[in-house]
Design a protein around this ligand. Sequence first.
Ligand code: NOJ
Length: 534
Amino acid sequence: MIQDKLWYKDAVFYQVSVRAFKDSNGDGFGDLRGLQQKLDYLSLLGIDCIWLMPIYPSPLRDDGYDISDYCNVAALYGNLDDLKSLVGSAHALGIRIIMDLVLNHTSDEHAWFKASRSDRNSPYRDYYIWSDTDQKYRDARIIFLDTEDSNWTWDEKAGQYFWHRFYSSQPDLNFDSPAVQDEIFKVARFWLELGIDGFRADAVPYLFEREGTSCENLPETHAYLKRLRLFMEKEFPGRILLCEANQWPEDVRPYFGNGDEFQMGFHFPIMPRIFMSLKKGRADDLREILGRTPPIPEDCQWCIFLRNHDELTLEMVSPEERKWMWEQYAPEPGMKLNLGIRRRLAPLLDNDRRKIELINSMLFTLPGSPVLYYGDEIGMGDNLDLPDRNGVRTPMQWDDTPNAGFTAGKPFTEFVKGDLDYRHLNVKSQLLDQNSLFHGIKKMIGVRRQHPAFGRGEMQWVDTGNPAIAGYLRRYNRERILVLNNLSESQQNLTLPAEHQGSVVDLLSDDSQLIKSSLSLQPYAYLWLKYDNG
Ligand code: NOJ
């Protein structure tokens, strides 16, 4: 494994739901051994780092984001030895593994909460936030709008209300308690000692609460996270913290601190704007949000993504834009969820190969490290009959044998149905077909790996005189790469300023060409052109 401390700046991440990836023992649930069996597949795809969604013991009322034991693996997924073995095999292939660290809340089945609710004098009482009234912190918004009507829930046993930013089965930990602060350090140490390469820290804006504020992004929260980073930096250098804060860029910026808080942070608002740009056939929204994105410290990096395990969140758009996005991308009942859209990438893009490739071209070339959601590399569909976000968490479609080669037993859930079901769409057939989406994505990842400009370079918009073209230059040291994406459904002509003309190699086809003032791009076409003199 290359010991570059800044490895995450060049890395392509791959998000895995262990439960839905591959079952090794026939119980119908994906598990760590199953994932281990598929490492060769991920290595072939070319990814650098797996993000494991929660694998902790949990009643699974929020798919594992409700943890009942921080220092173990859920029996459904295997055990700690399986995880060590997975980490060892992944590292041998040059693949790192980060995992979710859910620090804001636990499950109500966690032993801490059980002790906390049953005895006012328990040392654990203070691990959670109790109150005689549900009127405190009224300026804090409700996040799970479709299921919760308050951030407070009355607990009979405790005789008080407890505070929760997500489901009422997920009580928030009280970070004002020094004991809680220490517990999370212990948890982090436990997994880092096991060999985990870092954490995707879940829901970090909400760690502390203060009256009269939105209870988000508070200075106390930053101070605690800085301490966590310092500890990791000292004892586990090279391991990373990735920030999940669904906020505007200016509010995420402080999570990078002076390079002393998170190394990485998701750029949430860019995601809906990529979809907006594609639907409108114009790059303006993308330009606007990138223009509004402040610079971050040298060693930090944004993470960009198209889809993940949650709804396509529309929190970071205006109410008008949200309405428009719902009209465009969630036309049928049941497609909306909370402030978002519960669909996968391929169906969102009408399963149109040109649009799927184009949007991935942007994912792999815009500033930041890309995160792929499992199955999107083959264009998997969703199942809207399943409740909540489960429709985008269906089992990986490995082949066309019964149960998609996912399990030899009874699968824990339904598969995708219809045109995109596993009989029509699966890994096996795409591996055999050199023209498949899988091979297209693999090619993009392979090219990206060879050119540090994508991960480390600066970005400059190129004025092509045509708003339907998202054109930008990525530059690092002497390397210069021009990326042109035609966002529209029709052929587009563009004019290149003199400084961007010259001889180039088309990185995706290996053809050399001389680009002059005018160029024409087919509908939804994209080009990655590297200048010879770079
Ligand atoms: C964010 C996660 O992505 C989501 O799946 C989860 O429900 C909430 N945090 C609560 O942990």
